[in-house]
Design a protein around this ligand. Structure first.
Ligand code: CP
Ligand code: NVA
Length: 300
């Protein structure tokens, strides 16, 4: 594994090996066992979009591993004024040991990897959010001990989260049921990947998707970059809220996960969110541990 651009590029064994290392690093952190595995290493973090979790977990993660992280807002970099990504990649490769990038087009991340000579980590694009899904898989495995056969129902917009959950979940032998409104489904390439897998179903009916689910997952109806569609989307997605009625069709004791930020009263009710807050914030914490594992694998 040279980069983390999207989960489609990773084998099941590579995902398991990241999750195992993440568990170990979490154990060490909880028990105050230092792990300076990236001493002297620098990670550059390019952000074209906002972030709370990704920025802070990567930054503290690098620090805990003995290295450092540089926050590089695209607003301040020359890339924001039109310096080509090919040049940025070749320059930064001479200073840094790795780059994490959050941007719009997946192609930009792929270009960085192609032109640079250091590991590139996708910290969210319109297409994928692999770091989040590694933390999600870690969180689900912590509860159910194994991922094989666990049913995850994703309700809402077929976005970067949906794409990565389908790929990561199916690679780990999970059952993935997705419910999205007509015209708001997952990426066509991801559907091609999932096609024919008996563990995958796609429907427009949230009740159908959530039947006997062990995990119910949702995300915002308007992702970063779709702010102008927010009002229209609120109407389209009205029947796709994760609420008590929907949860009653899931398995008793089912988990609820959300990558955050959450919009209560939209994709999830306050009641459902708060009654699953422990799981959701454990999931947020696991971003730190899962990404440290990725950093050790790629930069170590
Ligand atoms: N879930 C997630 O990636 O959060 P941020 O946008 O705050 O980084
Ligand atoms: N789908 C959301 C995820 C945020 C972490 C977005 O892209 O804005």
């Amino acid at each position: 594994m040279k980069h983390l651009l999207k989960l489609l590029d990773l084998s099941t064994e590579e995902i398991i090996s990241i999750l195992d290392l993440a568990d170990q690093l979490k154990y060490e952190k909880k028990n105050h066992i230092p792990h300076p595995l990236l001493a002297g290493k620098s990670l550059g973090m390019i952000f074209q979009k906002s972030s709370t979790r990704t920025r802070v977990s990567f930054e503290t993660g690098m620090y805990q591993l003995g290295g450092q992280a540089l926050f590089l807002s695209a607003r301040d970099l020359q890339i924001g004024r039109g310096e080509p990504v090919q040049d940025t990649a070749r320059v930064l490769s001479r200073y840094l040991d790795g780059i994490m990038i959050r941007t719009f087009a997946q192609q930009e991340v792929e270009d960085l990897a192609q032109y640079g000579s250091i590991p590139i980590i996708n910290g969210l694009t319109d297409f994928a959010h692999p770091c989040q899904v590694l933390a999600d898989l870690m969180t689900i495995r912590e509860k159910y001990a194994s991922l094989e056969g666990i049913k995850l129902a994703y309700i809402g917009d077929g976005n970067n989260m949906t794409n990565s959950l389908i790929v990561g979940g199916l690679k780990m032998g999970m059952q993935i049921s997705v419910a999205c409104p007509e015209g708001y489904g997952p990426d066509a390439g991801v559907l091609a990947f999932a096609e024919g897998d008996p563990n995958f179903t796609l429907t427009t009916d949230p009740m159908e998707a959530v039947q006997n689910a062990d995990v119910v997952y949702t995300d915002t109806w308007a992702s970063m970059g779709q702010e102008s569609e927010k009002e229209a989307r609120t109407k389209v997605f009205a029947g796709y809220q994760v609420n008590d009625t929907l949860m009653s069709a899931a398995r008793e004791g089912a988990m609820v996960l959300h990558c955050l930020p959450a919009y209560r009263g939209q994709e999830i009710t306050d009641e459902v969110f708060e009654s699953h807050a422990d799981e959701i914030f454990e999931e947020a914490e696991n971003r730190l541990h899962a990404q440290k594992a990725v950093l050790v694998k790629l930069l170590g």
